[in-house]
Design a protein around this ligand. Structure first.
Ligand code: MN
Ligand code: MN
Length: 425
């Protein structure tokens, strides 16, 4: 039985329902009756069956919105956006969609773009004010960049590799034989993928005689430049990297703009693992820090917050939920799955719990050169126990068991075991 069904049955049982009622619940609104597993807005003896109209798929993906934990309260703003609800810009050669403050208004610090390029297709030569961090999600590509000292960088990237193009530096991305899909992250929530500086548009909006003078060649040499932007366009798959290398009299950019994240040894935790990639290990990434997290079924990214930056999340696999405590009487729970963006404003407390049966994989993205966090349990373990006891009325034994080191990802709830994390009612 999957956790959702278990939760529903627990909820129904807690309400004193007979087995017949559970079956009635599972039949849902009729439009979906034979598929079962229909979540209902019922929590213990509160709530009532949804009579419809409703979207079963939306409810299935957001069970903690339909029936929130009783601890949720107040008016925390929306902290979830599925890329599937973003406008998708289709071109011959691929597509791109973005999640910005226009889609997710709270996400002031960070914007994301999900892009696809078919084999050979090119994301046009361009630059922008924001720093660009990227993870290759599938396939392979060739990237180029030139720094302010005129030094070039040309490299191939495959699944699991990162790249980083600092603010203002010109770059390109071209799909190789497999084509590719990747995630781009920018250190400004108002970023727009549609208003970057494109080589085609600049060249088309400079007087032809200026182009001639600039390059020291006749105007006729520029007669065929495109009049409209290229953005994403098809091209032949390039040859081997060795054949694409260009000798640069200024040399190569000294800090590689590419980082092989999956070659990095993960830090093992009781309920999963983490890879922290900030400027300490990926020198070029001096204004965006990343953590790649894996949470095993039953595991949970422990209660914590980030003292110096908002957190922008991207979910790659699995099902998870997060409750964000926004100070005062404000706390709200969201559910996430592959393709979703999550967001946590700076200093707000949160956890991320695996609510499914497969490993949750997601990215935590931060602005700034270094990753930082504060762990609730580690904090309480390294201050005087009497102080903690006076606040929380915990036993000496409980306080003594708090770990003095950050666990980061904890294992299953000792009372419940994997796949049964949520209390009914
Ligand atoms: Mn870019
Ligand atoms: Mn966090």
């Amino acid at each position: 039985m999957d956790p959702m069904t278990r939760r529903m049955i627990l909820a129904a049982s807690a309400a004193g329902s007979a087995l017949g009622t559970v079956n009635a619940l599972a039949q849902g609104s009729g439009q979906d009756g034979n598929r079962g597993n229909v979540p209902q807005p019922i929590r213990g003896n509160e709530g009532a069956r949804d009579m419809g109209p409703r979207s079963i798929d939306v409810d299935r993906n957001n069970p903690d919105m339909l029936s929130p934990p009783a601890t949720d309260v107040g008016d925390v703003p929306n902290l979830k956006w599925p890329f599937g609800l973003s406008h998708n810009r289709l071109s011959a050669g691929g597509w791109a969609r973005e999640t910005t403050i226009r889609e997710l208004p709270v996400s002031k610090a960070t914007a994301g773009v999900n892009m696809r390029l078919t084999p050979g297709s090119i994301r046009e030569l361009h630059w922008h004010k924001e720093d660009e961090w990227s993870l290759m999600l599938n396939g392979n590509a060739r990237v180029t960049c030139v720094d302010e000292s005129g030094r070039n960088f040309i490299s191939d990237v495959k699944q699991g590799d990162l790249w980083y193009f600092p603010s203002g530096l010109p770059h390109s991305i071209q799909g190789l034989d497999q084509g590719c899909e990747f995630l781009l992250v920018f250190d400004n929530g108002a970023f727009s993928e549609d208003s970057t500086f494109l080589i085609s548009q600049w060249m088309a909006h400079v007087p032809p005689e200026v182009l001639a003078k600039n390059f020291g060649q006749p105007e006729s040499a520029f007669a065929n430049i495109p009049r409209k932007q290229l953005y994403i366009f098809e091209a032949p798959v390039p040859g081997p990297l060795s054949a694409d290398r260009v000798q640069d009299p200024y040399g190569q950019a000294p800090n590689p703009f590419v980082f092989k994240m999956m070659d990095m040894q993960p830090v093992k935790c009781p309920g999963g693992s983490v890879r922290v990639v900030d400027s300490a290990v990926f020198k070029a990434s001096d204004n965006i820090a990343a953590v790649y997290v894996e949470i095993e079924p039953g595991g949970m990214r422990e209660l914590h917050w980030h003292p110096r930056s908002d957190e922008w999340q991207y979910y790659i696999a699995g099902k998870a939920r997060m409750t964000v405590f926004a100070s005062g009487e404000n706390s709200r729970t969201f559910d996430y799955q592959a393709g979703d963006v999550g967001y946590v404003p700076q200093t707000m407390g949160h956890y991320i719990e695996n609510t499914g049966t497969e490993t949750v994989r997601y990215l935590e993205m931060f602005t700034g050169p270094r990753y930082t966090d504060v762990s609730l349990s580690q904090w309480l373990a390294v201050i005087p126990p009497e102080l903690v006891k006076n606040h929380l009325k915990l036993s000496d034994d409980t306080i003594a068991k708090f770990n003095k080191k950050k666990l980061v990802v904890v294992g299953s709830n000792p009372d419940r075991g994997p796949g049964n994390q949520k209390q009914p009612g």
